[in-house]
Design a protein around this ligand. Structure first.
Ligand SMILES: [Zn+2]
Ligand SMILES: [Zn+2]
Length: 246
């Protein structure tokens, strides 16, 4: 599987970073973890065949993970009529709001091709290319709202995406899957806790490579890159446009 980091910023875009979005290619089809970047614009600039877009999995409803989805869904619905996509949002009211906005601006939504679906802790997405399994995180727990990490399995490889976590790493919010299982890649956020707080988990983490995105404040970039090699596997920070082939 090929992973391209389209947006690596924290909650606000920067001069050289879009908000969170990662593209996964497996057997010629494309999948996304989060859509906080201006997805449709990026895909068109890259010359991506939009008919290869199969599904988008959002980790939670915050705008830095979802703001790019509205424009993509809108244009897929009324203009790019050979496209077909499943868009997983984490809250029903988000589905209602996105759907209603598209109906408002276009007069309709082609729900047969642009399918908003609810992600739950029990949802497992599987097609002929990929399997995506959610694990709840406590990122929005104080508001009683859901958020998820995702395990992506494709082409015999495993990649774990932390999504946004909480400050409660010590209460189990570091994704346990990466502590209990070998994964080829883990992508971890770094905005809601300090480098020192995540450090105890790095020695136990069973990822072959650990990449950090969603980094804030930016002085952590140097702190994270200084960890490379300290735990026996590569650790580094991500920039927009970075690609990883597993
Ligand atoms: Zn975020
Ligand atoms: Zn968030």
């Amino acid at each position: 599987m090929k992973i391209t980091f389209l947006g690596t910023s924290h909650g606000v875009p920067a001069a050289d970073r879009f908000c969170s979005s990662t593209m996964i290619e497996a057997n010629g089809s494309r999948y996304f973890i989060d859509g906080g970047a201006p997805l449709i614009d990026i895909l068109l600039r890259r010359g991506v065949d939009l008919d290869t877009v199969r599904a988008i999995f959002t980790t939670h409803i915050h705008g830095d993970h979802t703001n790019g989805i509205l424009a993509l869904a809108d244009l897929f619905s009324w203009y790019f009529k050979t496209t077909s996509v499943d868009i997983y949002l984490t809250e029903r009211r988000g589905i209602d709001a996105f759907s209603e906005m598209i109906r408002t601006v276009e007069g309709g939504l082609d729900e047969a091709r642009v399918r908003f679906k609810l992600m739950t802790a029990d949802t497992v997405y599987q097609d002929e290319n990929i399997r995506v399994t959610p694990f709840p995180t406590q990122h929005m727990a104080s508001a009683g709202r859901p958020a998820y990490s995702y395990l992506v399995e494709a082409e015999g490889k495993k990649a774990l995406f932390s999504g946004d976590l909480s400050q409660r790493l010590a209460k189990g919010d570091f994704p346990a899957y990466a502590l209990d299982n070998d994964v080829d890649l883990m992508v971890c956020e770094m905005a809601h806790f300090g480098v020192e707080e995540v450090r105890p988990y790095l020695g136990k983490c069973r990822a072959k490579t650990l990449l950090f995105n969603h980094v804030f404040p930016l002085h952590k970039l140097d702190e994270i890159n200084a960890l490379d090699g300290a735990f026996g596997y590569p650790i580094r920070t991500l920039n927009d446009g970075d690609e990883v082939e597993l």
